[in-house]
Write a protein that binds this ligand. Structure first.
Ligand code: PNS
Length: 169
């Protein structure tokens, strides 16, 4: 295994928001490489907007100029995938106390499944604490402008699905 410190940042990312991006970039200050791991069909929510392939493609586009970020889909248990990829650190963003209970449960379950894993919670920039993929989807669906909340390639895909109003046009 290489000496590189690799963090895995798992999630649904349906779609990636600027809040997620903020966590990726903060993580890059702590580790050599960040693996953005997009949960596959087994974890996929029924009301997802983008397929896993679409999420992977657009997220790869977001990090095309950042060689330290790799974007991959995964199936099955997160800890199994992390172990395969040599990542011993899971990163999750915590926006508010309301996120904490679910995140804490997952962290402890993941650690009981693989005791060598560590989990860190990172706070996003305060301007993103209200942001979530589901709210972005809802606002775009209802004709609102989401251009301030997502990276450009994601906005392009939201416009494709929901129409030009998503970009404020
Ligand atoms: O962005 P999300 O939907 O909050 O991410 C949840 C995710 C994908 C991190 C979680 O559902 C997960 O890790 N799924 C993979 C299956 C798994 O390992 N489940 C046990 C977690 S304790």
């Amino acid at each position: 295994m290489s000496d590189q410190r690799i963090a895995i940042y798992p999630g649904s990312f349906d779609p990636l928001t600027l809040g997620h991006d903020d966590i990726v970039r903060r993580s890059l200050r702590l580790v050599d490489r960040v693996l953005v791991a997009i949960a596959g069909t087994a974890t996929q929510m029924k009301d997802s907007t983008f397929s896993v392939d679409e999420r992977v493609q657009v997220t790869q586009e977001v990090y095309a100029d950042e060689p330290r970020v790799e974007v991959v889909p995964f199936e099955g248990l997160l800890v199994d995938f992390a172990r395969q990829r040599g990542a011993r650190l899971i990163v999750r963003g915590l926006r508010a106390v309301s996120d904490f209970e679910y995140e804490f449960q997952m962290a402890l379950m993941n650690r009981s499944l693989w005791p060598e894993i560590e989990v860190i919670f990172m706070a996003p920039a305060s301007s993103y604490t209200f942001l979530s993929s589901s709210l972005v989807r809802e606002v775009a669906h209802l004709g609102g402008d989401v251009s301030a909340f997502v990276p450009a390639p994601v906005l392009r895909e939201l416009v494709r699905v929901y129409g030009p109003a998503a970009s404020g046009a």
